[in-house]
Design a protein around this ligand. Structure first.
Ligand SMILES: Nc1nc2c(c(=O)[nH]1)N[C@H]1C(S)=C(S)[C@@H](COP(=O)(O)O)O[C@H]1N2
Ligand SMILES: [Mo]
Length: 397
């Protein structure tokens, strides 16, 4: 539509999400037309990534991995959050959504999504990580391939303790079962003490409703604990005085570093990864800002150390503030590379005093038959003389 005398032309634009948009261009814009400047489409209903950016997840049939090497800061854009699901992404109508809490409670209750949103809400930034988040098969692996089964969001919802007070969890109840609405056999038993601590029932992620891939409309969020306990598409919590011994809980491979072998190894131990420089980048001699992220399921990261001489000496990296509890924490270290072949590595230290181990230390603690879960070893990048960066795979079997 031509609106008023000031409009000189109507132009047609293809918006970045494909729709054709008609826009009236004011006379003043046309008159000052400078060929080195461009006229673009008007505001759209939804923003999009620049057409020049090709940042994508790496997918398989069962998971998709966050491109850690392509991100800035510590919030994972929601559409790049890793995914792990065992029966696909179910479509759940939020108007029909219900969460049942029953078992050892005084008052079994069903909560709709609207009910959940009426409770006092909280937001927190924390990471999520799959316990199977480690690959080290070859030199040509990117950070995404090595450990892209971790992402970080700001989550909003209600504290599980609020709901547990509402239903009157009985003093003898020490475990609860969390069940999703998808066909996956991912039901998990969770100690009730996690609910009194920091467990959340979340319905929002990075400022909007959580994505279907992350559990829309509601998921359980257990900060710092292995991803599979944060049950998505949550529909039922049942309180009990013992664990339910679901399939996941009778598996042979349930290891954590702290006490070597445990049936329930919930916390994700401290870990870090250098995301720059990394394969497949090539660097030049001179100053290089080594960058990466570190995180721990036990609390805050207090220190990240960098070695640029294959682990002989270590120096402290700078941590990006604010350093949050159970959260991806950015680190940086300025390094002057002299052009000789070397190996660079990082190690995270958390507030419990725990230091990220070498692969050899993991093997010493657990043996070689450790199944591949809770693998958080220090990893190295080899910088070749030509500046090419390669991952250093280490075998443990
Ligand atoms: N209902 C349900 N919850 C689930 C899963 C699943 O398959 N079904 N996968 C679990 C696993 S193994 C992980 S690592 C996390 C992944 O969460 P994300 O896909 O939001 O990253 O969800 C967990 N919760
Ligand atoms: Mo997982």
């Amino acid at each position: 539509m031509l609106g008023g005398a000031a409009t000189a032309a109507v132009m047609l634009f293809k918006s970045s999400y494909g729709k054709m948009i008609q826009a009236a261009i004011p006379e003043s814009v046309l008159q000052s037309a400078d060929p080195t400047k461009t006229i673009g489409p008007p505001p759209g209903e939804i923003g999009t990534r620049s057409a020049f950016e090709h940042v994508v997840k790496k997918t398989s049939d069962i998971s998709s991995r966050t491109p850690l090497q392509d991100l800035y800061g510590v919030i994972t854009p929601s559409d790049l959050h890793y995914e792990r699901h065992h029966a696909g992404v179910p479509v759940i109508d939020p108007h029909k959504y219900e969460l049942l809490i029953h078992g050892m409670v005084n008052k079994p209750m069903v909560f709709t999504l609207a009910d959940l949103k009426r409770f006092p809400s909280v937001s927190r930034i924390c990471f999520l990580e799959c316990s199977g988040n480690f690959r080290n098969s070859k030199e040509t692996l990117t950070p995404q391939e090595i450990c892209g089964l971790t992402s970080q969001s700001e989550w909003t919802g209600v504290m599980l303790s609020t709901l547990f007070r509402e239903v009157g969890v009985q003093p003898k109840a020490s475990w609860f079962l969390a069940e999703g609405g998808d066909a996956a056999i991912m039901t998990r038993s969770i100690p009730v003490k996690k609910a009194w601590d920091d467990a959340m029932i979340v319905y929002a992620q990075n400022g909007e409703a959580i994505r279907p891939e992350q559990g829309y409309p509601v998921r359980l969020l257990l900060p710092g604990w292995e991803g599979n306990t944060s049950v998505k598409w949550l529909r039922r919590l049942e309180l009990s005085d013992q664990p339910y011994m679901t399939r996941e809980e009778t598996s042979k491979y349930t290891y954590a570093v702290k006490d070597s072998i445990r049936q329930f190894s919930f916390e994700m131990d401290a870990r870090s990864i250098i995301t720059f420089p990394a394969f497949p980048q090539q660097v030049a001699k001179g100053w290089i800002e080594i960058r990466g992220i570190a995180w721990s399921g036990w609390g805050k990261i207090v220190k990240v150390e960098i070695s640029t001489d294959a682990g002989k000496t270590w120096q402290a990296a700078r941590l990006q503030e604010p350093v949050l509890d159970k959260a991806h924490t950015g680190f940086r270290y300025l390094w002057q590379w002299n052009g000789d072949t070397t190996e660079i590595m990082s190690r995270a230290i958390d507030e419990t005093g725990y230091t990220q181990p070498t692969l050899q230390q993991l093997v010493n603690a657990r043996g070689t038959d450790m199944g591949g879960y809770h693998m958080n070893p220090i990893t190295a990048w080899v910088i070749q003389r030509d500046g090419k960066v390669l991952f250093k795979p280490e075998k443990w079997k």
